[in-house]
Design a protein around this ligand. Structure first.
Ligand SMILES: *[C@@H]1O[C@H](CO)[C@@H](O)[C@H](O)[C@H]1NC(C)=O
Ligand SMILES: *[C@@H]1O[C@H](CO)[C@@H](O)[C@H](O)[C@H]1NC(C)=O
Ligand SMILES: *[C@@H]1O[C@H](CO)[C@@H](O)[C@H](O)[C@H]1NC(C)=O
Length: 423
């Protein structure tokens, strides 16, 4: 149960080497979480359900569907793209091309309670973002969702790559000329201003500056109409928190080599999210036409079982059945923080009389959908043909990101509904 997250963080950091340091840290972190919260668990899951019920009633009041509760049901239809038809799939998530033999995981659709989620409609999506710029901002799960969207959209319209920079293409931009639509990706795993750790250079901690946003995306806000934020996993990593760049240390997360106060990452995640969400509003222009939509994709749980580097770390071939998989405390908290901060964004907005440049906040609440899809990860098929030289007991597994095509396509079905009701 513990070790798997090591791999998660290796993946999220694009590291190739193992770091015993992280192994120890994560074991400790998880042990602490387990100890501290075991007794709270039943209370917590009630809390999650209660929050959900509130979300649900708010949704019904607006005659909107709550897509966050439901179940996966079998679906005969084939995904509208595959690993050969879509050219933008990152190698590590191209499960089909990497030789994943089973295909059952492709034949499920999400059935929300009380309404339907329509299959993705690429030309409708493109029409909705006509003359607009849609940006994904966040970590490798933001990129995973963006790549799913690009695959879905390229079934009807060829995108043109117009900008690409950073290793692993952390910053990218495409145009759909026939729709005058732009879709872009901004790497910003911690959302606020930060310096990423680089263990090879002896920098073992992320440094976060809690007074400002990451300008790499924020400076482009004027041009962006729809922002999808997706971040969370990087907040679990060892970090030092500063009030400002060059300012005082507020505390740290797992920094035994320093004499700083340990402060949990939940509050830091909340603050970072709040800073990012508010920044969109703070920088909106006052032009009448500049209404913006801000969407947060909620935390997507990992599914490691047993040891992360052992065959079968996430080898399920079907979704979990209803009630089979309980949400972990940490996953539920990360989700709840996201949902609450999005709601606060709208609460503040409603108090303002000025309607020009209105910013609407929405949530693509996927934590429950994702939780049930332990079958949707690349596992060993993050690498091409992992068993080509015969069966291996020890190998890398990715039980965090999602195969493309795969369950993450449903995140974009929900995103489509949200953009539709915004317009
Ligand atoms: C992948 O998609 C292409 C184009 O739609 C199709 O021709 C091909 O048969 C598909 N391959 C698989 C394995 O489904
Ligand atoms: C294309 O979209 C941009 C916004 O992304 C807009 O400023 C521009 O006016 C649009 N062009 C046309 C011809 O509509
Ligand atoms: C750590 O900080 C505390 C409180 O500021 C101080 O009392 C203590 O002496 C410090 N320890 C070390 C080893 O610097």
């Amino acid at each position: 149960m513990q070790k798997p997250l090591i791999n998660l963080h290796q993946r999220l950091h694009f590291l190739t080497k193992k770091h015993i340091f992280f192994a120890l840290y994560l074991l400790l972190l998880l042990a602490l979480i387990q100890l501290h919260h075991q007794h709270k668990k039943s209370l917590i899951s009630h809390e999650v359900m209660r929050t959900k019920a509130e979300d649900g009633s708010a949704g019904r009041a607006n005659m909107k569907c709550d897509f966050s509760i439901g179940k996966w049901i079998r679906n005969k239809a084939k995904p509208i793209y595959n690993g050969t038809s879509c050219g933008t799939i990152k190698e590590g998530q191209n499960c089909m091309a990497n030789g994943r033999p089973d295909t059952g995981y492709l034949h499920w659709r999400w059935q929300p309670v009380g309404c339907d989620l329509h299959p993705f409609h690429p030309s409708l999506f493109l029409t909705l973002i006509q003359n607009k710029h849609l940006a994904f901002v966040g970590d490798s799960l933001a990129r995973n969702q963006l790549e799913s969207l690009m695959c879905l959209l390229s079934t009807v319209s060829q995108p043109e790559l117009i900008y690409s920079s950073g290793d692993d293409n952390k910053f990218k931009r495409w145009a759909f000329p026939s729709y005058n639509a732009t879709v872009s990706l901004f790497w910003s795993p911690l959302l606020v201003k930060h310096v990423e750790k680089e263990p090879s250079l002896g920098k073992n901690y992320n440094k976060l500056y809690m007074d400002s946003v990451d300008e790499r995306w924020a400076r482009e806000l004027d041009e962006i109409d729809i922002v999808v934020f997706s971040a969370g996993h990087w907040f679990l990593l060892p970090a030092i928190y500063y009030d400002t760049a060059g300012g005082d240390v507020l505390g740290c997360h797992y920094c035994p080599e320093f004499n700083y106060t340990e402060i949990g990452f939940f509050d830091i995640f909340r603050k970072s999210l709040r800073i990012a969400l508010n920044e969109v509003k703070r920088r909106r222009s006052r032009r009448r036409s500049s209404e913006k939509l801000v969407v947060l994709t909620t935390f997507s749980p990992a599914h490691f079982e047993g040891e992360w580097n052992k065959a079968g770390a996430c080898s399920k071939m079907e979704p979990f059945k209803e009630g089979e998989k309980k949400m972990e405390y940490m996953d539920g908290e990360m989700r709840r923080i996201g949902v609450e901060e999005v709601r606060k964004g709208n609460d503040v907005e409603e108090e303002e009389e000025e309607v020009n440049g209105r910013v609407k906040y929405e949530v693509v609440d996927v934590t429950e959908l994702a939780l049930m899809r332990g079958d949707g990860h690349p596992g060993p098929y993050m690498n091409p043909f992992p068993y080509a030289q015969g069966y291996k007991e020890r190998l890398q597994n990715d039980c965090v990101h999602w195969c493309l095509p795969g369950p993450i396509d449903a995140w974009n079905e929900i995103l489509l509904e949200i953009i539709k009701s915004w317009k």
